[in-house]
Ligand binder design. Structure first.
Ligand code: 0X9
Ligand code: ZN
Length: 802
């Protein structure tokens, strides 16, 4: 991802802003009494002073000077980000605060209009789910993920998991918080056995909730655990393999004092609850870890949201987790779950330097793999990269300590969303967020647990061309072994039966990369395949893990039309009504920004159609502004010269769409229409809804049968629109294809003598006139020559019908 906005304008880390007193919500109004969720162990006094966020909005400010930034921070109730990737600053500001901004002449845009309403709706949702649960207690039911859960409820569920799955789930005690709340979790692994003792397996640690207000974090940790247990118990081969080799440790909440406080009192509390003695409370646990503690991106101001604490590990919570990790030298990997911004962040946070090789490559590859896995589930984009350059400098964060001091591969995950709901995610986000992160962590667990891990960096090819071989990359890597040179194999067959044919994978120059080449197949066939490789000690690993019972597959198609979008073969930019002033479509090599791709998708060439290819000085410089920009493709044919009317013909293209990276995100849909009369009339083909921004290349495929008449004068039209001010809109199109997927030609109906598609009486007359004329087309009896038996042969076909 490009950092085009970094260094532009004014951007100061919170550490610089030592005079700001954020985080105390002293100015946010509090109310006494009211409906208060009582949480075990919380002092009644705390519960009485609920912060109501009356009149508060989340506003986005683009400070033009350090003075403006300081003023904005000083009037804010709290911060609303971690995504400080550019010059924007998102803050929670009350009505008085906004008046102060107005007075100071600091412009702002509204990100969340009714914060109080959002928080109240969240509580109402919880109350409704809780009321429906028997005795208000979280039992063994499936409503657990229907809402957010208190610390007490989370621990009750942990106890149930241990009790209900005692052979695979064990307790894991971390310690206690400053105010005596339990910090504990559990571990999941295959049952202990003499041949495979549990205490010799590798370990991976997942924890949540260093930051109290990030409520999507504990259910995500819990969801991953539940899914792992369920898949293991269902006999899933991949999870079985993983849990035979790895013990996965889950600690859903490591800052329970802060977490309880967000339930009872101040919903947007971030830190721990220690009394700093100067009227302020709390240390940021994620600035308290003792590796390069107190460097860039950590505050010395106790009132600040990123206060590092008086000394490294001054907080019982971080000290307890530190001791827990040190006592477990088999922990190889760790993820600390936060919200929000959809990021996968690897070390370092304290410096822009990159980790040494070969770990740098390992981090890069796993970053990309995990982001790709996330996207494969619900299409969500999680941007990945080293912390410092991907978001901002942060010293004393857990991944730097885990990696720097303990050699553990460690990440910060920032879960959904990108700011629409921010910390106050709807409960309906719990399950999808859990699902997409589950598959991401599986690839990490594969890496830790398997002697060799296979990944396909470009995925399985969408289709293979009839009569041609198809090549794609395979990565085979390992944390513990090395690949026996020459051992990687492709096992493939044409069709779904018969033996698999073995062929070696050829090594590519890039580390751990190989090229697999599928044999040429016939249109309509399915090519099935799997891989194998050996470690240097002779262990064979196959992929997919259950091959040959389960293998991968690629359909063989016949391409009728292809435009790789490298040269303009007749596309038209612009249409009546277009008013866009920047970001007009062009055919060019794209330059990466936060919102647009850095590369096209076709394997040959480097160009694609894009709304302003240039990155410019900021993400908003060359995006679509001022209205619509229309792109109309050249005319193409969707008619198969060899095919029949019922043949399956697919239209496909790759599309990138981004509309959620600016200050008014998710406002504008993107439209695709199709014409079969050379653009005279159009019908809608696809609309990407305002909230459907992909920020990624996605391939779309449409069956044309039943959708539109197939002619030799088809056209596509793509419309990107920037209706509202402040939105960042970027779109790109590449690789337009028309393919025949089902290549079996329709049976010929011989009784339809005139070939008009139906068998009717006129076919008899047509036949008879050919017969009288002595035409060879009237020869139906198999013996040469046109004679009376041909009439009987034709009539019996005609009566039989088609
Ligand atoms: O600032 C943080 O602690 C994290 N963001 S948040 O908005 N959840 O507070 C990001 C920390 C990333 N730092 C490292 N991985 N070093
Ligand atoms: Zn956080």
């Amino acid at each position: 991802m490009a950092q085009s906005t970094r260094g532009v304008g004014f951007m100061f880390s919170l550490a610089v802003v030592a005079i700001a007193t954020l985080g105390e919500t002293a100015r946010a109004q509090s109310e006494a009494g009211g409906t208060v969720v009582t949480v075990d162990g919380v002092q009644a006094a705390e519960a009485e002073q609920r912060t109501t966020y009356d009149g508060c909005k989340v506003v986005r400010i683009v400070p033009r000077s350090m003075r403006e930034e300081l003023t904005a921070l000083a009037v804010a109730e709290t911060t609303w980000f971690c995504e400080r990737r550019g010059i924007e600053l998102d803050l929670v500001v009350s009505a008085e605060g906004r008046a102060a901004l107005d007075e100071a002449g600091i412009p702002y845009t509204i990100r969340v209009d009714d914060l109080k309403g959002l928080i109240e709706a969240e509580r109402a949702q919880y109350d409704a789910v809780r009321a429906a649960e028997e005795n208000g207690v979280v039992l063994r039911g499936d409503t657990y993920f229907d809402t957010f859960r208190t610390h007490t409820e989370v621990l009750a569920r942990v106890d149930l998991l241990i009790a209900d799955h005692s052979t695979i789930v064990s307790a894991a005690i971390v310690g206690a918080s400053r105010f005596g709340r339990d910090i504990r979790g559990f571990s999941v692994s295959a049952p202990d056995s003499p041949e495979n003792p549990r205490n010799q397996r590798r370990q991976v640690l997942f924890n949540g909730t260093q930051h109290a207000r990030e409520w999507l974090s504990p259910p995500t940790v819990m969801f991953i655990a539940h899914q792992l247990i369920a898949d293991f118990e269902a006999g899933d081969p991949r999870v079985t393999q993983i849990l035979n080799n790895v013990e996965v440790i889950f600690v859903p909440i490591i800052n329970p004092d802060g977490y309880d406080f967000t339930w009872t009192t101040t919903r947007l509390w971030r830190k721990t609850r220690v009394d700093n003695g100067n009227g302020t409370f709390g240390v940021d646990p994620n600035r308290n870890w003792g590796f390069e503690w107190g460097g860039e991106g950590a505050s010395t101001n106790p009132g600040n949201d990123t206060y590092r604490g008086p000394s490294p590990f001054s907080e019982p919570e971080t000290a307890a987790l530190r001791d827990f990790v040190i006592a477990r030298p088999r922990i190889d990997a760790h993820i600390d779950f936060h919200t929000f911004s959809q990021l996968i962040l690897s070390p370092w946070g304290y410096t822009s330097n990159l980790p040494p090789e070969p770990v740098q490559t390992i981090f890069n590859r796993l970053n990309g793999d995990m982001a790709r896995e996330v996207r494969s589930v619900h299409g969500m984009t999680y941007v990945s990269g080293p912390s410092y350059t991907t978001i901002y400098p942060a010293s004393g964060a857990v991944p730097d300590w885990a990696f720097g001091a303990q050699g553990i591969l460690s990440w910060t995950f920032e879960l959904r969303d990108t700011g629409t709901y921010g910390f106050v995610a709807p409960a309906s986000a719990i399950v999808p967020t859990g699902q997409e992160n589950y598959v991401a962590v599986l690839t990490l667990l594969d890496y830790i647990g398997l002697p060799l891990r296979f990944t396909l960096p470009d995925g399985v090819p969408a289709a293979a061309e009839a009569g041609e071989t198809t090549s794609f990359r395979v990565v085979i890597d390992s944390i513990s072994s090395s690949v026996q040179s020459g051992s990687p194999r492709l096992h493939s067959r044409l069709g779904t039966v018969g033996p698999f044919v073995e062929a070696p994978l050829s090594a590519l120059p890039a580390v751990d990369e190989y090229l697999a080449t599928l044999p040429a197949g016939e249109c309509g066939q399915q090519i099935q395949f799997s891989f194998s490789a050996q470690t240097s000690t002779g262990t064979t690993v196959v992929y997919p893990i259950s091959a040959p019972a389960n293998v991968l597959g690629v359909p063989v198609v016949r391409t009728l039309y292809r435009d790789a979008c490298e040269v303009n073969i007749g596309w038209i930019v612009g249409a009546a009504g277009d008013t866009a002033t920047t970001g007009v479509w062009e055919l060019a090599e794209p330059q990466a920004t936060n919102a647009q791709p850095g590369q096209d998708v076709s394997t040959d060439g480097t160009r694609c159609w894009i709304t302003g290819a240039s990155a410019g000085n900021s993400v908003g410089e060359f995006d679509v502004d001022g209205g619509a920009t229309t792109l109309t493709s050249s005319a193409f044919s969707a008619v198969d010269p060899e095919g029949g009317a019922a043949e399956s013909v697919a239209l496909s293209y790759w599309l990138w769409y981004s509309n959620d990276r600016g200050s008014s995100p998710a406002q504008d849909p993107f439209y695709v229409s199709i014409s079969s009369d050379n653009g005279a009339t159009w019908q809608s083909l696809q609309t990407i809804p305002a909230n459907g921004s992909t920020n990624a290349w996605v391939r779309y495929e449409f069956e044309l049968i039943g959708l539109i008449e197939r002619t030799s004068q088809m056209r596509l039209r793509f419309v990107a629109n920037d209706a509202g001010a402040g939105s960042i809109i970027e779109a790109a199109v590449d690789e337009v294809r028309v393919t025949v997927r089902d290549c079996t030609l329709p049976p010929v109906c011989e009784a339809d003598f005139d070939g008009n598609g139906t068998r009717e009486v006129p076919d008899i007359f047509a036949f008879l006139s050919a017969w009288f004329a002595g035409d060879v087309s009237a020869d139906f009896d198999g013996t040469p020559g046109i004679a009376v038996p041909d009439i009987f042969a034709f009539l019996s076909l005609w009566f039989a019908g088609c």
